[in-house]
Ligand binder design. Structure first.
Ligand code: ACO
Length: 427
């Protein structure tokens, strides 16, 4: 196989080295393109652009493969926990029993917010979206803990603080949005159980933790823990590349995740399923409408920039939906509609030709509904899950001492040189 790519431009020949990843993905290294040729590449939406070399997550979108640090997502889903997986992502290896103990103790030690942060929560109006609160409060948490602004602070401590506190902030923002008293974390509970406790306990009565519910939510967090260079993770890396703090970079990640084409899709899926249910459609009318670009509709939870096959996370979540609803002895008409939509779409030429399959968001909302998580918190839960991935990517940037600031170029297509005119001469 060739080691260089050749480019012919203006009757001159240029050579660029090829780079090969550990899973044989190949790229043309064009870092010298502009200095050699005076040209840049143009790739709107970064469809063909590798922004970095990373050791964290591998995805083969054609085959539907997802691995964290080489371990298949299916194995982690079956055998690991969210916190162990977080450790794996951030430090590149599964922890020993001593390491996980230290990490868990740090999570407990850091689960409380600074008491004055409660005043910050007071400043948000009742209808504020919890994603807005989350991003603001993650940034604010950095101010309350000045040592996180010190780049020499032990990274382990910072990571533990962020993973632990994002959950406390999320639960507080939910309670605040309902005008309910804040519930403090309890050190005896593990990570996910503690989150459910902070969400649903009352000062006079603890929420009854069901192992199946805790397990389903822990799995949800684990499945969301990383997904290589998606919109929010790229945002985190972009901000981190300016040497901004971990908390500031993570807050930016939350903002990027919020949109309905990214993490906000889990909420959009349930809204879509509810609309279909209310309208009495069995899904077939919606499937047709989503094919028409002028309809303003898309089959939310379907399609993915990278996966041109079934998203492996969607398969795991779909199975967990069935198990959880059976344990809770609950039926959800939205799950039936979702399954019907999936079956119809997977047999429809439009979706087949475009390789549109269910993504992670298609079934995740059904699980969250079953647990009692309100819809405006769905993307917040995604953010809690994604935090280890953001931290792992931040660490890659931070550890790369030679790393450069991310700064894409553009092709300017605005007015040519023009001059300032005073008001009196403007038409
Ligand atoms: N419903 C109907 N048609 C779709 C859908 C969909 N959900 N997704 C893509 N298409 C069509 C497009 O209209 C386009 O058709 P064309 O070739 O006739 O122009 C073709 O499939 C390619 O779609 P693009 O939008 O170019 O694909 P892109 O990679 O830019 O977008 C995205 C990927 C944003 C995920 C898109 O599939 C989408 O909007 N899906 C619905 C939202 C969603 O579920 N987002 C969550 C993604 S997973 C995550 O972020 C966690």
């Amino acid at each position: 196989m060739s080691k260089v790519a050749k480019l012919e431009l203006d009757n001159k020949m240029y050579e660029f080295p090829l780079v090969e990843g550990s899973e044989c993905e190949r790229a043309i290294d064009i870092s010298s393109l502009r200095s050699k040729t005076g040209h840049i590449t143009l790739d709107e939406g970064y469809v063909n652009t590798g922004s970095c070399v990373s050791n964290i997550t591998f995805i083969d979108g054609e085959k539907g493969i997802l691995r964290y640090r080489g371990i298949p997502i299916e194995e982690l889903a079956e055998k690991s926990t969210f916190i162990e997986t977080a450790y794996l992502l951030i430090w590149g290896k599964l922890p020993t029993s001593q390491e996980i103990k230290v990490f868990s103790n740090l999570l407990i030690k850091n689960e409380m917010l600074h008491e004055d942060m409660k005043l910050q929560f007071e400043g948000f109006p009742a209808h504020a979206h919890p994603m807005a609160i989350l991003s603001s409060m993650i940034n604010a948490a950095g101010c309350f803990l000045p040592e996180v602004l010190n780049p020499d602070e032990i990274f382990l401590m910072q990571a533990a603080r962020l993973i632990s506190q994002v959950r406390t902030i999320a639960a507080f923002s939910y309670r605040k949005s309902l005008g309910l008293p804040i519930i403090y974390p309890k050190p005896i509970y593990k990570y996910t159980a503690n989150f459910l406790h902070m969400m649903f306990s009352e000062p006079y009565q603890d929420y009854e933790l069901q192992p199946e519910v805790v397990n389903a939510l822990d799995l949800m967090f684990l499945l969301h823990a990383d997904h290589e260079q998606n919109c929010s993770t790229s945002t985190v890396r972009m901000v981190a590349s300016s040497k901004a703090t971990l908390f500031a970079s993570a807050a930016a990640g939350v903002c990027a995740l919020w949109g309905p084409l990214h993490g906000g899709a889990n909420q959009a899926v349930i809204e879509m399923l509810e609309d279909i249910h209310k309208s009495g459609d069995d899904g077939s009318r919606f499937i047709e409408a989503a094919k028409n670009k002028n309809s303003g509709k898309r089959l939310m939870g379907f399609g993915h920039r990278i996966y041109k096959n079934y998203d492996p996370r969607a398969r795991i979540i779909k199975q967990k939906c069935d198990e959880l609803l059976a344990v809770l002895k609950r039926e959800d008409p939205l799950l039936d509609i979702a399954k019907r939509l999936e079956e119809t779409a997977l047999n429809d030429q439009y979706y087949i030709e475009r390789k549109l399959y269910p993504n992670v968001d298609f079934y995740s909302g059904i699980i969250m509904r079953a647990i009692g998580i309100p819809m405006n918190m769905f993307t917040v839960l995604f953010a809690i899950g994604r935090m280890p991935g953001w931290i792992a990517n931040y660490k890659e940037i931070y550890d790369a001492k030679e790393g450069r600031i991310y700064r894409p170029r553009q092709i300017y297509n605005g007015p040519k040189l023009t001059h300032y005119t005073p008001f009196s001469e403007r038409v």
